[in-house]
Design a protein around this ligand. Sequence first.
Ligand code: SAH
Length: 254
Amino acid sequence: MSGQLAVVGLGPGDARYLTPEAQDALSSAQALYGYAAYLARVPARAGQSRHASDNRAEEARAAAALGDAARGARVAIVSGGDPGVFAMAAAVCAAVETGPESWRALDLTIVPGVTAMLAVAARVGAPLGHDFCALSLSDNLKPWPLIERRLDAAASAGFVIALYNPVARARPWQLGSALERLRRHLPLSTPVVFGRAVGRPDEGVSVTTLAAADPTQADMATLVIVGSRETRVIERAGRAPLVYTPRVAAEVSA
Ligand code: SAH
């Protein structure tokens, strides 16, 4: 019997963001693997084994799940948001590339999910309405100078920038440093969005400017969107402002 492995995106939090495909993959799995906080979002099912692991144990988790599937089980690994965005799908692919030949024969499915930047963007309007990029500020897996180079390139090329992993307990200064870097390239009036725990009970979204953006307002559950020169804010009486990036780019950014 050949096993199956599904790498499943749970979306940003609220169960309403879970796609029907993800729901099917979760309910048909015999074994569930994932970071404990993500597994906790999946309702328990009789007969389904659960293997919670630490957030950093991606390689070991991928290998354990692949091994289980290779022994014939139907296995699902869960990820927050989309599994292909700074998450498990790449770890599984890396394990397949370097692991035993039998892992290449497995039925592997990546089930997409709503990634954090899309959920945050939707809360405020359409900040990602034109060209944008996504960058992780975590320097656990890449050197900080490379992150700085990418910030410089993205801002000067006119991309709206979605910043994942802006801070962590062990990385307190990166967001402040990144914002400082972006102030060299962009007007201080550039709109900045902080979206925290979107889709969860403790959700909080705020709109500010590059001048006023306060890095201490972000935590591990926050995604930050920094606009481009084109990004605009529409104030509305009695309602939160709308942030959007027009679909027509007016000028070539400096
Ligand atoms: N695979 C996930 C991202 C994992 S990296 C996805 O596609 O969304 C973890 C980072 O994602 C966090 O540090 C934060 O920047 C962002 N994030 C995840 N869930 C979020 C949520 N509900 N609201 C805001 N940001 C979130």
